[in-house]
Design a protein around this ligand. Structure first.
Ligand SMILES: Cc1cc2nc3c(=O)[nH]c(=O)nc-3n(C[C@H](O)[C@H](O)[C@H](O)COP(=O)(O)O)c2cc1C
Length: 314
């Protein structure tokens, strides 16, 4: 399956596994890359030592291209960027801040730059400044989100830029991948779908909550304090939103309450007090299986739909 994205990265299938803070490590990233997509190691919340070690570990697990994600709100982002430039993964994705000042450094190190953007204005801005591709992420996605949904983003971003557009937010099956490609996307990025991969190190208790969840089980916290984050409904997220809406807590109090809750769920498995970041496409998560099985099925389904599309419309 060849698209502008597969050509840019030298991969077989136009699917990225999105960077997921405290979760997507070399095990998951290499499994996705070995299966023909491109995995991404997350550095959000991590040290430079962790970042270097995971990139090196990933190289022992795959000889295929993989990427590294930088959260630009991380206090140690400058040091993380240095380490990535030294270790030279195939590409980086950059979110939650202004990515433009880092383009030159990554390009000088031979690393492709793929910013994550939530609207047309930023898509055009990063293209004008030399981004190699973009991930346009809709508010159906898990984790930190913007305010525009995936379909209106696809409708409006794809015709406005010439660089490859990777769509993210709510993709979980082959029909979604086929639809994005028909719309003119160069591929999709999925996070939530890979949370239930066998190789995904998210806590087992979180995996079980994901398997039990359906379409209405996600909720957005932090929308009133300028940092919207989508995750599963649980004691923490429902009480947090109720507190936000009550107006009884200051922004600082809310920020303090939210800090550390992602790690609490993902690493410690506290599914009551932690924030289990996840997107809206939850019903397809039915079993824990290897990343290669998830990706293989999605690609086969998309290829079949694309081949047989004309016959379906007769
Ligand atoms: C648990 C979780 C953690 C995430 N952490 C990050 C992150 O650290 N950096 C980032 O750029 N995106 C992050 N994301 C967003 C994903 O990379 C991806 O764009 C998103 O999951 C796509 O939407 P989907 O969840 O509907 O597949 C996260 C998503 C999830 C589900």
């Amino acid at each position: 399956m060849r698209t502008k994205l597969t050509k840019l990265l030298g991969i077989s299938y136009p699917v990225l596994q999105g960077g997921m803070a405290w979760i997507s490590d070399a095990s998951l990233a290499s499994a996705v890359s070995n299966a023909g997509g491109a995995g991404i190691i997350s550095t959000g919340g991590r040290t430079t030592e962790y970042t270097r070690a995971e990139i090196r570990r990933c190289r022992t697990l795959t000889n295929k291209p993989f990427g590294v994600n930088v959260m630009l709100m991380a206090p140690n982002k400058e040091e993380i960027v240095e380490v990535i430039c030294e270790e030279k993964p195939a590409f980086v994705t950059l979110g939650a801040g202004n990515p433009v000042p880092y383009f030159g450094k990554f390009h000088a190190a031979g690393i492709k730059v793929i910013p994550v953007v939530p609207n047309v204005r930023l898509a055009k801005r990063v293209e004008a400044n030399g981004a190699d591709a973009i991930v346009a992420e809709g508010m159906e996605a898990g984790g930190h989100i913007g305010s525009i949904a995936t379909m209106p983003l696809m409708t409006q971003v794809i015709p406005e830029v010439a660089i490859p557009v990777v769509m993210a937010g709510g993709f979980a099956d082959g029909r979604g991948l086929a639809a994005a490609l028909i719309m003119g996307a160069a591929g999709v990025q999925m996070g939530t779908r890979f949370l239930v991969a066998e190789e995904c190190p998210v806590h087992e208790k979180v995996k079980q909550c994901l398997l039990a969840a359906t379409d209405t089980d996600s909720i957005v916290t932090g929308a009133t304090i300028g940092g919207a984050v989508r995750g599963l409904r649980n004691k923490f997220s429902e009480e947090f939103v109720a507190l936000e809406l009550s107006g009884k807590a200051t922004k600082e109090e809310l920020l303090r309450k939210a800090t550390g809750t992602n790690k609490l769920a993902a690493v410690d498995g506290d599914t009551e007090h932690g924030m289990m970041q996840a997107g809206q496409s939850l019903t397809p998560l039915k079993e824990i299986e290897p990343a290669a099985a998830i990706l293989g099925r999605i690609v086969r389904e998309a290829a079949d739909l694309l081949t047989n599309a004309p016959a379906r419309m007769r």
